[in-house]
Design a protein around this ligand. Structure first.
Ligand code: CA
Ligand code: CA
Length: 169
């Protein structure tokens, strides 16, 4: 009996270590309902929102609308979207990304603070087409995966599906 009592502190120590390790491992997972891709967690919202509403929803759950730093990242987001929707070849389906020229016309900025180093506009875009187009969507227009990943500036009051994204922590 005495020896068991002596072992209790050791058992507590081991258990604490196990819990600590488990929690450490948990930190590399995404929360429920988020998809892990590389260093990010993504959640898709098929219910369409204006771009400002979409941005607010993302902020409230600790994320941002995605920024796209290069072709590979754009392709990742497009492939995720393609795997989630029923009709990925349906022309001109669109979903918001976190690019804006709200502050100054034709000066596009990522809402998550990422510097604008890469662009992938549809031909003829951005055109500020209907007077004021200050939000940006991935516009599913074109004949192949490459073309369907390209961007269009759009009136922010349009409603679109969107992803929220946050960094793994
Ligand atoms: Ca504009
Ligand atoms: Ca446009």
């Amino acid at each position: 009996m005495a020896s068991l009592i002596q072992k209790i502190p050791l058992m507590v120590l081991l258990l604490t270590g196990f819990v600590w390790l488990s929690e450490g491992q948990f930190c590399t997972k995404c929360p429920d309902y988020w998809m892990k891709v590389g260093e990010y967690c993504y959640q898709y919202f098929g219910n369409k929102r204006t771009c400002h509403d979409a941005e607010n929803i993302c902020n409230r759950i600790g994320g941002d609308l995605p920024s796209i730093r290069n072709e590979a990242e754009g392709n990742t987001i497009y492939q995720l979207w393609k795997g989630l929707v029923n009709h990925p070849t349906q022309k001109e389906s669109a979903y918001w990304i976190g690019l804006r020229d709200t502050n100054q016309e034709n000066k596009f900025e990522w809402t998550d603070g990422t510097p604008l180093q890469y662009i992938n506009w549809q031909p003829g875009q951005p055109d500020n087409g209907y007077g004021v187009e200050d939000c940006v969507e991935i516009w599913n227009a074109g004949t192949n995966d490459y073309e369907r990943q390209r961007w269009n500036d759009r009136d922010c009051n349009h409603v679109r599906a969107f992803f929220c994204r946050k960094l793994l922590n």
